[in-house]
Design a protein around this ligand. Structure first.
Ligand code: GLC
Ligand code: GLC
Length: 798
């Protein structure tokens, strides 16, 4: 029995049945450039394009109580004040539910014969949230009560909003109309954008000044105006602008009333900013209010949202004997892939939206989850990412979504970064067959005039590795590789500096990475295959060079990267081994087992089977495969951040779910179906039994689950925005269920326990539709389906 909620697969929803979940369980809304985070108690915020620079609602991170701020509705019914989402008043409700669906959240509360249902969503193509509030008198008596809305505005830059009070508390400005409140701080000067919160009928009172609404010493749970059933009709000048509408309502027994709120964002052309001096041009806002402020308008918008997701989620579906698998594949994993694609690692309940932007490596990996869903956007993303590269193949580690410009906020010089551009581009072309992307002209560091073709960028990415080899012929690690916390060229004893941006010793470094070596072999092979395709037809001499570099790397790994039972992880600055039986702690690491087995290095000599066995023996625990073992028990200056974490958490022996699929894919490539399946089930939330232990949302993958050495093994953290989404998708769709897109068709190559070996797949591939019935009996084999437009029904026995 689940404690806090359950899946409703037919509706593609997760239904939360009590509001006091162990941690806020959130959902995302938005499909284009207006996005919202919303918790099961309606907490959260929204922004347009960039969570840092265009923040619309203010949010208090890690507040007390947790999840403070959002879109709150208060109902004052006699002396009782309550919220449909329970928070912030926490008045006990007679009934509560929260349905998190695809791009929408419906929260229903009932108290003393009054039911309030609020549907929150962002219509496709629109820059607003709709809050559709339906109030029903379920009692036998006539009811008179008040409804209040409440949101608190952020002064746009979410970072300075939290710091620069000497200015902020004087800048706030609003305008009020009978049915809408406009937030226009800084519009008078350099901003051409404002926000508004309007509603489908004129309100009976309002507030825009926070303290007038709340009372100076009250919290969100006890706004003074709501307690007294009044409004201050306050117009904010500075301090903290908010928007609250009040409605005095009466409902006959059984009667309902609907109100349609629109929380929107408008950008005006500079020449049409004002309607008259000092008064903002509200035309676009009025248009949105008109469009969505009726049942018909909101219905149409909601239908469009449904259609958007129905279309996407019809492209790859499975019908198997395992409901948890179907639920993951058909709904939640693909949904999470879309969300991680939109946000990279910027905005979640673990990422503040003011820290990281779009990661170079992260966003490339995210592509593997969405090329089959939104290929046009994948294409644009690849070109945006490539444009942040430097002429030597290196790159900024992240870029800001608003400007698409790279920045050094979390450093550069991560030597795995360039290879991910090959990874992302290959994934895109295999899915779409669109080789033309390789000819797109892309600048370096966004500097006009520096353009070369994307293909050239890939060549430079490849060369970045061969230009930076260490003493064993293995790739130099740079600031770190995929593991941000393996900082082998940073020797920090100053707590005030970051492990990622401090690089105080590089000259003569011998720090080499076996993870990059495996990645290089795998991606190098893919790259050579791409170059040799007739549609690319590169100079054969260059292809030979690529193949030779790959072969040389394989040899280097076998000679200098094999520890006897498993692959080493790295060499440190001084050339000492990391991830070897010779080490006291950190004897074995997951990343190199994953990448070297995916690259099948030394497979013929049995190295892959041995490495996979070692992963099972040393890294596997009840909840998944830990990153390294034994965990580091003290800080090691030569290794950096990895040893800063307490044992069992994050990169120090946590179950870093992102890299579990690497081993699972390694297992699948080795034809070891049982181990692959077992590892997969352990990290996949649909199979997770103990929701209270897991703590975070049971419908999405976590970046990290506490490992065996942790205080609470199995406790999840950093849910939603993680490379785990795209990697588990690649793993399950291509390697377990075995549908692998190729340049000229699809390779069917399953690896799943024979007990579940019969299943049906529907797959849209380019403009073709395939209905496949697969019978897999455990014999490792494959079947190639050449691409052909049209509908195909095939039965495949393997
Ligand atoms: C986080 C980062 C990712 C990194 C990983 C391991 O998930 O977003 O870039 O590879 O941690 O350190
Ligand atoms: C990754 C790691 C995290 C580290 C961060 C630094 O996200 O997961 O532990 O602090 O990188 O940027």
């Amino acid at each position: 029995m689940n404690l806090f909620g359950h899946f409703d697969d037919a509706a593609r929803e997760y239904v939360i049945t009590r509001p006091d979940t162990p941690w806020p369980w959130i959902n995302y809304m938005g499909t284009d450039d207006f996005f919202s985070l919303i918790s099961n108690t309606a907490g959260g915020y929204c922004f347009c394009r960039d969570a840092k620079f265009r923040r619309i609602l203010r949010y208090r991170y890690n507040g007390v109580p947790m999840d403070a701020g959002g879109r709150y509705f208060y109902i004052k019914d006699g002396e009782t004040v309550w919220n449909p989402g329970w928070k912030p008043c926490k008045t006990p409700l007679d009934a509560y539910s929260c349905h998190h669906g695809m791009g929408y959240t419906r929260i229903t509360g009932e108290k003393d014969g009054l039911r309030a249902e609020v549907l929150f969503f962002v219509p496709p193509g629109a820059r607003c949230e709709i809050h559709r509030v339906r109030l029903t008198n379920t009692s036998a008596a006539r009811k008179s009560f008040q409804l209040y809305s409440f949101v608190e505005w952020c002064l746009w830059n979410a970072s300075t909003d939290m710091e620069n009070f000497q200015r902020n508390l004087s800048t706030g400005e609003v305008e009020v109309e009978p049915d809408a409140i406009y937030h226009k701080t800084e519009y008078r000067e350099r901003r051409d954008h404002y926000a508004f919160y309007g509603v489908s009928r004129p309100f009976d009172g309002f507030d825009t000044d926070r303290e007038t609404f709340m009372g100076m010493y009250n919290g969100f749970d006890a706004p003074q105006q709501v307690l007294s059933g009044t409004s201050g009709d306050s117009v904010a000048h500075g301090w903290s602008p908010i928007a609250s509408h009040r409605f005095d309502l009466t409902l006959e027994p059984g009667a309902s009333e609907e109100l349609f709120f629109v929380l929107g964002y408008v950008e005006n052309p500079p020449e049409a900013k004002f309607e008259r001096p000092g008064i903002i041009n509200k035309k676009p806002a009025r248009a949105m209010l008109e469009k969505y402020g009726t049942a018909a308008g909101a219905d149409a918008a909601f239908a469009a949202l449904k259609a958007f997701w129905d279309d996407l989620l019809s492209r790859y579906t499975v019908a198997s004997a395992v409901p948890e698998l179907d639920r993951t594949v058909n709904i939640w994993n693909q949904y999470q892939c879309m969300i991680t694609f939109f946000f990279s690692r910027s905005a979640s309940y673990f990422e503040s939206g003011i820290g990281r932007g779009m990661g170079f490596r992260d966003s490339n990996q995210d592509l593997a989850g969405i090329c089959h869903l939104i290929p046009e956007r994948a294409r644009q993303r690849i070109l945006d990412i490539a444009a942040t590269q430097f002429p030597d193949g290196g790159c900024y580690h992240q870029y800001q979504p608003l400007t698409k410009r790279g920045n050094n906020d979390i450093g550069g010089g991560f030597n795995d970064d360039p290879l991910w551009l090959i990874f992302g581009t290959v994934a895109y072309i295999k899915e779409t067959g669109d080789f033309s992307i390789l000819q797109e002209q892309v600048p370096f560091d966004n500097k006009p005039g520096t353009e070369v073709s994307l293909l050239e960028h890939l060549k430079i990415s490849f060369a970045h590795v061969t230009d930076n080899l260490g003493p064993h012929g293995l790739p130099l690690i740079g600031r770190a590789d995929w593991n941000d916390c393996l900082n082998l060229n940073c020797f920090s004893d100053n707590p005030d500096e970051s492990f990622q941006t401090t690089e105080n010793k590089t000259e003569g470094s011998k720090a080499e990475s076996l993870m990059i070596a495996g990645l290089f072999v795998a991606e190098g092979r893919d790259f050579a295959e791409l170059l040799a395709h007739p549609a690319v037809a590169t100079d054969p001499a260059y292809i030979e060079k690529v193949r030779a570099a790959v072969a040389t790397m394989e040899k280097a790994v076998k000679t200098h990267g094999w520890d006897g039972e498993w692959f080493l992880r790295a060499y440190d600055y001084y050339g000492r081994k990391i991830g070897s039986h010779e080490n006291d702690e950190g004897k074995i690491f997951i990343e190199s087992q994953g990448w070297c087995t995916m690259a099948r290095i030394g497979a013929d000599e049995g190295l892959c089977d041995k490495a996979l066995d070692a992963a099972v023996k040393h890294l596997e625990c009840e909840h998944g495969l830990v990153l390294n073992t034994p965990a580091y028990t003290r800080y090691i200056k030569d290794y950096g951040e990895i040893s800063s974490y307490p044992q069992g958490y994050k990169e120090n022996a946590g179950i870093f779910c992102h890299n579990n699929p690497w081993v699972i894919i390694g297992e699948a490539m080795a034809g070891r179906a049982d181990a692959a399946w077992r590892h997969y089930c352990k990290i996949t939330p649909a199979f997770t039994k103990d929701q209270a232990l897991r703590k975070v949302e049971p419908y999405v993958f976590c970046q990290m689950v506490a490992g065996k050495d942790a205080a609470r093994p199995g406790e999840g953290k950093n849910s939603w925005l993680t490379g785990t989404a795209a990697w588990t998708w690649k793993c399950v769709s291509e390697f377990l269920l075995g549908i692998k897109p190729q340049y000229d068709g699809m390779l069917i190559e399953p690896c799943i326990p024979a007990a579940y070996g019969t299943y049906k797949i529907h797959r849209r591939f380019r403009d073709a539709e395939y209905d496949l019935t697969i019978h897999y009996t455990g014999r490792h084999g494959s079947h190639f389906i050449p691409y052909a437009p049209g509908r195909h029904e095939l039965e495949i026995n393997l």
